[in-house]
Design a binder for this molecule. Structure first.
Ligand SMILES: [Zn+2]
Length: 470
């Protein structure tokens, strides 16, 4: 024991300081000031309030006592079990994840086993296997033309007996054990939209005979069409409202209440016209004259004389053109200018025509049916223009004549001496047979089946009606 060491109360419970030899208390310097700080041992005395009263002797024999107070060691809990549980959970999750997302499954495609991952879509399955060698369909326009040889469905897929739409390939997954059939892709149609459009009316011709007129006006209908987004093609889908076709009726006339015939003269007026008018007046017969507009302009007095004689004046068109060879505007011009010329010469308004050569087809009707009341052909052709002799002309005029017959002669277009010579005999014989010689309009009136507006030259396109496209 070192007697030089004495210990000093610092007044602080449990707090003691060493005082080195010399009796000086050291309060500012800690244990390091001691020459040999004691080791912390189990026997080290730990002061406390209660222990502060322990005898100093006890302390005194503690060699190299110091103030070092070791902490009571804390008992630590091990993390190992927790980590182990977490590891197991993570492993299980990983395995589960793999199982549900990546495990292999087997499907049968066209009878062959194919291994793939669970949750594989049909689209991926096809892509991974080069579409199993099938050929894609074509992309077609709405009209059925090929836009892209390989633009259709990639392939046709059935799962079991159930077809899977191509649009569902990307969202349909295969399951273990599925039996798939993969075949060549179907053709697809380009994107398209529907529109309601006018359904045009057409033209129909019915009957046979010398007098032609519009018996029914055309009206457009409505239809739904599909319009191709790429091709621009238009295809009929559905008729909403049927169109009403324009109908041109041809018929021979059957006047009631007697026997009637109509003698007609084309290509005038000419220098022969007045002689013919004189004969008609002398015989008390009426006739119909189909004047050319140009001739009426050149000899307006003769055109006027026709009307003044109580005969019917109608149009043989302006310049004797073959009307089916004209376009729509030229056709209408040829007709209207002639009407105007006749009106100018005679003061009479007419819509009746006799087309040169009788040529007036459905197309001409579709193009001008709104300005022509009727086209009058003939039942008996005298072939007078061949100049076969007056007797031959007379014989031809009478051959096969019957009630309602329309007889064709000419007062213009060449030398008409034979017509002038034949006419009196023709009239005499017809009258002897009991026929009355009347105008074509009178024949139509006596027939009783011709619409009033046709007879009265008051034809116009009714409201809501249209002419067919032609
Ligand atoms: Zn003619």
């Amino acid at each position: 024991m070192d007697s030089k060491i004495k210990y000093v109360h610092t007044g602080k419970a449990g707090g003691r300081r060493y005082s080195a030899t010399g009796g000086r208390a050291s309060t500012g310097r800690a244990a390091s000031a001691a020459p040999h700080p004691p080791r912390a041992t189990k026997s080290s005395y730990t002061a406390s309030g209660a222990q502060g009263t322990r005898p100093a002797t006890r302390v005194a024999h503690q060699t190299r006592a110091n103030t070092y107070v070791p902490r009571r060691p804390r008992r630590r809990r091990s993390l190992k079990p927790v980590l182990a549980v977490l590891a197991v959970i993570a492993l299980a999750a990983g395995v589960g994840c793999w199982y549900f997302k990546f495990r292999n499954i087997t499907v049968a495609v066209n009878g062959q086993s194919v291994t793939t991952h669970v949750n594989t879509t049909i689209e991926t399955l096809l892509a991974d296997n080069d579409n199993f060698g099938v050929t894609p369909g074509r992309l077609l326009s709405v009209g059925g033309n090929v836009l892209d040889e390989q633009g259709g469905d990639v392939c046709a897929v059935k799962r079991g007996d159930e077809a899977v739409a191509a649009k569902d390939f990307a969202t349909t997954t295969v399951s273990d054990g599925d039996a798939l059939t993969v075949e060549n892709g179907a053709d697809a149609t380009e994107p398209n939209h529907e529109e309601e459009v006018e359904l045009p009316c057409a033209i129909q011709s019915e009957g046979h005979g010398a007098v032609q007129y519009v018996s029914q006006w055309g009206k457009p209908g409505k239809k739904i069409v599909a319009v191709g987004e790429t091709s621009g093609e238009t295809v009929d889908k559905e008729i909403v409202e049927e169109a009403t076709d324009m109908v041109v009726t041809s018929k021979n006339l059957s006047p009631k209440g007697g026997k009637y015939v109509a003698i007609t003269f084309d290509d005038g007026p000419s220098d022969y016209t007045q002689q013919i008018l004189d004969i008609l007046e002398e015989k008390g017969a009426k006739a119909t004259f189909y004047n050319l507009g140009e001739n009426a302009q050149n000899k307006p007095k003769l055109t006027k004389a026709v009307v003044d004689g109580g005969h019917e004046l109608a149009s043989h068109t302006m310049a004797h053109k073959n009307l089916p060879k004209l376009d729509r505007d030229s056709l209408r011009n040829e007709i209207t200018t002639a009407f105007d010329a006749l009106k100018e010469a005679s003061g009479e308004t007419t819509q009746m025509i006799r087309a040169p050569y009788g040529a007036f087809t459905a197309t001409e009707w579709a193009r001008s049916g709104d300005i022509v009341s009727c086209n009058v052909l003939w039942n008996i052709d005298t072939l007078d223009w061949k100049r076969p002799g007056a007797d031959a002309i007379t014989a031809a005029a009478l051959d096969g004549v019957k009630n309602g017959s329309i007889i064709l002669m000419h007062d213009g277009g060449g030398n008409r001496e034979q017509d002038v010579e034949a006419l009196p005999a023709i009239i005499d014989e017809l009258q002897n047979q009991g026929y009355k010689l009347v105008t074509v309009s009178k024949l139509m009136e006596l027939d009783g089946s011709i619409p009033d507006e046709v007879i009265e030259n008051k034809v116009k396109l009714p409201e809501g009606s249209v002419l067919p496209e032609a």
